[in-house]
Design a protein around this ligand. Structure first.
Ligand code: ATP
Ligand code: MG
Length: 416
């Protein structure tokens, strides 16, 4: 084989693509019922869009971005996540002038130069949502409720909702200082990334997955204890709403999330069955990002769910019903194939999935194909059928069979 897909990048083809469609359709249905509307942002942006939003000290900006120069020498990046492009679009198109909240969802490929492993790819797909303009924690709870309904509708079980609050500009400096004090004696043992993070953004040390760093952060200051009055109230009230909605949750005081733009609420939905990469969805508030991007002061909150991880959970949770054709029409010669084609076209116009057999293949091999693709019914048309103006039908599941005049096909179909 001469060519293969790039490392960490995968093709999606049938039957898996049916599962992908099912997940995407379910998402669109649920997200719409919460008033989120689709926003399609481009896949490429100026590199600056990501650096400014995600932050210089994030894993993404430090080492994961696919960045290149275009022919005019502009720095371009393949989007590593969906929030920054949505925020850029929101501001550029003055969407903030519309009544708030403005609620959007997106879905599509993201690109990160990561070490490929289970649950981690270089091109992967996210479905995400963003809500602009509301600071009340009720919307934070609505977002978790949306995620719960989405995962329930897909039949995913044993999911954990982990929440935290990482404060705002007025309480973060105290926490930062406490972290700097705590890690000042442990710098030697931290990984090189964390030593750098210590200087730029010590919060990120809490997010590090390196075993030595995990050990060293035991006993580290807990962000919730440093929250200001407003952030504490916000966090408490968020939890009250979650209780009201019967959403079980855990507070994970170490969850600071990997991107720099978060404020206050952060959350992750995890599933133990996924192994090391166990987060299916993650997000949080970013109340300052719109303003930092040059827009008006606008509180906002969003999340992104990883499609590949959802699909892998779905596949592990049992066989998935793949759609199958209603009728497979086998034909034995040119004349019968013409008849088969016109019957198929009529039925397709009614919205049914009709497959044709082709007379260049033997009847036996046509029937084998009908069986393989689990067609519900098989119609057979040959010379005799053309003469008698009737076709033979067979139901593959119970082997019942019979004949129908060509003129009665519509009636037959509406009766099954
Ligand atoms: P992690 O800590 O696993 O690196 P992250 O903080 O980079 O996660 P986010 O940017 O919040 O992840 O992305 C949200 C979701 O997108 C993740 O919870 C995960 O389901 C999915 N995801 C992120 N990176 C990848 C990847 N490289 N391959 C597949 N899915 C991914
Ligand atoms: Mg990551």
């Amino acid at each position: 084989m001469k060519y293969s897909a790039l490392k960490g990048i995968h093709d999606i083809f049938p039957p898996d693509s049916f599962i992908w469609q099912h997940v995407e359709n379910t998402a669109k249905e649920i997200f719409s019922s919460y008033g989120f509307q689709e926003l399609r942002a481009p896949i490429i942006e100026s590199t600056e869009v990501f650096i400014r939003s995600i932050g210089e000290s994030s894993d993404i900006v430090e080492k994961e971005m696919y960045t290149f120069n275009d022919k005019a020498g502009r720095r371009i990046t393949l989007r590593p996540e969906g929030t920054a492009p949505v925020v850029r679009c929101y501001i550029e198109n003055h969407l903030y002038n519309l009544p708030s909240p403005q609620k959007f969802f997106y879905s599509g490929p993201m690109f990160r130069y990561e070490r490929p492993q289970a649950g981690r790819f270089r091109q992967f797909y996210q479905i995400g949502a963003e809500a602009f303009g509301i600071s009340e924690p009720v919307i934070d709870a609505e977002i978790l409720s949306l995620l719960k309904l989405f995962f329930e509708r897909l039949g995913l079980k044993e999911l954990n909702f982990q929440i935290n609050s990482i404060g705002c500009d007025s309480c973060r400096p105290d926490f930062r200082k406490a972290l700097l004090d705590f890690f000042s004696t442990k710098l030697e043992g931290l990984c090189p990334d964390c030593r750098r993070r210590y200087e730029i953004n010590p919060l990120r040390i809490l997010d590090c997955k390196v075993p030595d760093c995990i050990k060293l952060k035991e006993g580290a200051p807990v962000v919730i204890k440093y929250l200001c009055k407003e952030c504490t109230e916000h966090f408490n009230s968020f939890q009250e709403y979650l209780k009201l909605l019967n959403i079980p949750f855990n507070i994970n005081p170490n969850m600071v999330r990997g991107l720099d733009y978060y404020t206050r609420t952060t959350f992750e939905v995890t599933c133990e069955h996924l192994g090391a990469q166990n987060a299916v969805a993650a997000g949080g508030r970013y109340d300052k990002l719109v303003e930092e991007f040059g827009g008006p002061k606008t509180p906002a909150i969003g999340f992104a769910a990883g499609m590949e991880r959802i699909i892998s959970l779905l596949k592990d949770s049992g066989p998935i019903k793949i759609p199958a054709p209603k009728v497979f029409i086998a034909s034995l010669d040119i004349e019968s194939s013409k008849k088969a084609l016109s019957i198929a076209t009529d039925l397709r116009e009614k919205g049914l999935w009709i497959e044709l057999g082709y007379y260049g293949n033997s009847l036996k091999s046509q029937l084998r194909r009908a069986d393989r693709i689990s067609a519900e019914y098989v119609f057979i048309i040959g010379e005799d059928e053309i003469k008698s103006r009737k076709l033979k039908w067979k139901k593959l599941s119970d082997k019942t069979q019979g004949e129908i005049p060509f003129t009665e096909i519509d009636n037959f179909i509406s009766g099954i």
